[in-house]
Write a protein that binds this ligand. Structure first.
Ligand SMILES: NC(=O)c1ccc[n+]([C@@H]2O[C@H](COP(=O)([O-])OP(=O)(O)OC[C@H]3O[C@@H](n4cnc5c(N)ncnc54)[C@H](OP(=O)(O)O)[C@@H]3O)[C@@H](O)[C@H]2O)c1
Length: 296
């Protein structure tokens, strides 16, 4: 199991991407601390994990990540119940579409508070409890960003601004904590079938093909929480590149997809642009290759 005995906290784990990765992590043996504001949704996530009768611990606590004292209290609780933390995923987020000149001021502030302050609060509150004593198994701080960086979206000014900001946060923190055993990375998905992007239509089976299912992202999160990514730091993972790579892998001759070493020349020939984007992420491509083979 990839995450056996790892203690991992996920914010925004009541639904959508956070819930899916919580279930995927539980299947890989992790102990989990799960946060969102809606206790009933967290209870449902916990119930679904327990239904597949997995052995790891699941601790849930409702809290608003825009309130620092509440977040600090939750991390104290997780530390008490789980011990030191191997990884934290700052995933919770908020969005709303609307003309910028008419946008509600409080709504704008809330998006900023959840998506920027919330990530900062999460880091500040988890920092004392991160397991930083092992060079071979560094603590992970992983952010769910968005492909709105750098592809700004009209009528999403608040959201786009905050997703630019999380890249700034990551880059600054990765430099600041360079000498400590913490890595900072970010997953930047395009549209995913969750309430944030599709509201009540979420999961209706009619999503456009360009919209991913939340579970399509599991591999990226699994990789970053596993020991395989121990030396990968300060990277931005554009899911479009890797989704494209998955298609290329499925169509490639098998001798080209044994490993990254076999695959890279093939990829360079097929799509030089994607090769350029991922050439420093060979370990992740290797992982995607392995996972693709396991799912056949
Ligand atoms: N869906 C997409 O198309 C897409 C694309 C790119 C990036 N993302 C990013 O993916 C992340 C997860 O979003 P999602 O798509 O899974 O949306 P979602 O289904 O709406 O889930 C968002 C989660 O964040 C929690 N949350 C929101 N505000 C919170 C707060 N103040 N305190 C604590 N928890 C809070 C929500 O629970 P409560 O409301 O109960 O608090 C929920 O569990 C976000 O950072 C989002 O920007 C999404």
């Amino acid at each position: 199991m990839l995450l056996k005995d790892k203690n991992i906290v996920i914010t925004g784990a009541g639904r959508g991407i956070g819930k899916n990765i919580a279930i995927a992590f539980a299947k890989e043996g992790a102990n989990l601390g799960l946060i969102s504001r809606t206790l009933e949704e967290l209870e449902q996530t916990k119930k679904e994990i327990e239904e597949i009768s997995l052995n790891g611990k699941v601790i849930i606590k409702n809290a608003d990540i825009t309130k620092y004292d509440d977040v600090a209290e939750v991390f104290e609780l997780f530390n008490e119940k789980l011990g030191l933390l191997n990884g934290v995923i700052a995933n919770a987020g908020a969005s709303r579409m609307g003309s910028t000149h008419e946008f509600d001021n409080d709504r704008f502030s809330n998006i900023v508070n959840v998506n920027i302050l919330g990530v900062y609060h999460t880091f500040k509150a988890c920092y004392p409890y991160l397991k930083k004593d092992d060079k071979k198994s560094k603590a992970r701080f992983l952010i769910t960003g968005s492909a709105a960086f750098p592809n700004a979206m009209p009528k999403f000014a608040a959201y786009t601004a905050t997703k630019y900001a999380t890249v700034g946060l990551q880059r600054s923190m990765a430099l600041e904590y360079k000498k400590e055993n913490i890595t900072f990375n970010q997953i930047l998905p395009t549209m995913v079938d969750t309430r944030l992007s599709r509201g009540r239509k979420t999961g209706d089976g009619n999503k456009p093909d360009s919209v991913m299912n939340p579970w399509d992202l599991n591999d990226y999160y699994l990789f970053f929480m596993s020991d395989l990514s121990n030396r990968v730091n300060n990277k931005l993972i554009y899911t479009t590149d890797f989704q494209e790579i998955k298609t290329i892998i499925s169509e490639a001759p098998s001798d080209k997809t044994e490993s990254w070493d076999d695959f890279k020349d093939y990829l360079m020939e097929k799509t030089p642009k994607i090769y350029e984007n991922v050439k420093k992420l060979g370990k992740l491509v290797d992982f995607v290759i392995t996972q693709s083979k396991e799912s056949i």
